[in-house]
Design a protein around this ligand. Structure first.
Ligand SMILES: Nc1ncnc2c1ncn2[C@@H]1O[C@H](COP(=O)(O)OP(=O)(O)O)[C@@H](O)[C@H]1O
Ligand SMILES: [Mg+2]
Length: 404
């Protein structure tokens, strides 16, 4: 059926106005959100198909704003259905852009890192208005249309042919990792396969024997020591055992990065720390010492500390280790929820396929120091490749022999 041109124009104008209205309402939901969105320091024009009207979101100023038909640094092309989903907070833009289902031009990475927060606010506004919102907590990404390597300009983290051996033991044997910005990426692999060693390289705590680590397109090896230290304050890490300072209570542990790296006064520190402790359900345990916490509480404290600096990248090393399946599921939901609230790129390293299925937008399967397969979660979980099937089903028989 063809829609008469007039009718189509009318709808599209309504679409642009509706999207602009939804974005404006989203920006009004919370002052903290406005401040965090401006970390993007960019402007984005959502250009609607057809008459080419654009809704421009200015995130390059203290007070973000929505204007119509202004040019912008980043341009995102949307058809009517995608614009509608965006307005209702149901379009997972990072996954859509990565898969090629939605086209973006310009430095889109900056937008993608803040987009999950915007999406959450848009969804809240739509729900408040009684829009028919499905119960999905993580909107399904569109099916991957483009196979092959991702657009390097959309990657938060990349490793190229990363190599590392300890004496005679080769741990990383040419590892090519691609982590797209703005999504929850799971690095999935059995224990002993080099996942923690990989993370140490990403934060610059270990130097590779060969290959490169790139953060937002910049090679670590070409950064000065000061630049690497700067970068580390933009990367939050949740270590496997929580890595809390045993002589400090939970509050001081979470406050530590703020006291170390910012000039916030104690009142401001308290506001930030209490917000993050409340997020992870530990406000009531703020003055317990680490040895007075359960394993799950230690992990949640470690997560609060990893997020307290509002990092653009969060790395979580085996957040589920030592937890029973119910607590693992709850922690998975907490990670997804924190990503929806604070945005950024979240990398979760785990051997737990169930956790990966629960939270991953993007998956990289690591085996013996190499990435065997990676892509949007739906595509990887549906993969017919024998080793992926073997790995996901956890069977001993198959191409992944114990002594291959
Ligand atoms: N600092 C180190 N010195 C020597 N060997 C190490 C060091 N760190 C890790 N390894 C070895 O590297 C391999 C991979 O370890 P790791 O990255 O911790 O695995 P995963 O996190 O996937 O369980 C293991 O065999 C481990 O013993
Ligand atoms: Mg490990």
């Amino acid at each position: 059926m063809t829609v008469p041109v007039d009718e189509r124009m009318r709808r599209e104008v309504a679409g642009a106005d509706r999207l602009a209205g939804a974005l404006e309402a989203a920006l009004r939901t919370d002052e903290g959100l406005r401040a965090r969105l401006c970390h993007a320091r960019t402007s984005v024009a959502f250009r609607l198909a057809g008459d080419g009207r654009a809704v421009t979101l200015l995130l390059d100023r203290d007070e973000p704003a929505v204007v119509l038909d202004e040019p912008a640094e980043v341009t995102v092309q949307l058809d009517g259905a995608a614009a509608e989903r965006l307005a209702e907070g149901r379009l997972a833009l990072p996954a859509a852009v990565v898969s090629g289902a939605v086209r973006a031009e310009g430095p889109a990475l900056r937008l993608l890192e803040v987009e999950p927060m915007l999406r959450t606010a848009l969804r809240a506004v739509a729900e408040e208005r009684g829009a028919p919102v499905t119960q999905e907590t993580r909107p399904a990404p569109p099916p991957a249309t483009a196979a092959g390597p991702l657009d390097p300009s959309l990657l938060a983290i990349e490793t190229r042919d990363l190599r590392k051996a300890f004496g005679p033991t080769t741990v990383l044997s040419g590892l090519d990792l691609q982590v797209p910005a703005g999504v929850v990426s799971v690095v999935l692999g059995p224990s002993g396969t080099g996942k923690s060693v990989l993370l140490q390289h990403v934060i610059g705590l270990m130097r590779p024997d060969g290959g490169e680590v790139l953060i937002r397109g910049r090679a670590l090896s070409r950064m000065s020591r000061a630049e690497v230290l700067d970068l580390r304050s933009e990367i939050g890490v949740m270590f496997q055992d929580g890595a809390l300072f045993s002589a400090m209570d939970v509050y001081d542990n979470v406050a530590f990065p703020l006291r170390q790296h910012t000039d916030l006064d104690e009142d401001e520190v308290r506001q930030v720390v209490e917000r993050h402790l409340a997020d992870v359900g530990l406000l009531g345990a703020a003055h317990r010492m680490p040895n007075q916490l359960s394993g799950g509480m230690r992990k949640r404290a470690g997560l609060a500390r990893a997020l307290v600096m509002d990092p653009g990248i969060v790395l979580c090393d085996e957040p589920d280790s030592g937890l029973d399946p119910v607590r693992t599921a709850l922690l998975g939901d907490l990670l997804a929820d924190q990503h929806a609230q604070y945005g950024g790129t979240m990398v979760v390293v785990t051997h737990d396929v169930a956790l990966a299925r629960r939270i991953a937008d993007h998956v990289s399967i690591v085996w013996r120091g190499q990435v065997l397969e990676s892509g949007l979660a739906d595509a990887v979980f549906a993969s017919e490749t024998p080793f992926v099937r073997q790995f996901l089903s956890g069977t001993a028989r198959g191409p992944l022999g114990m002594d291959a």
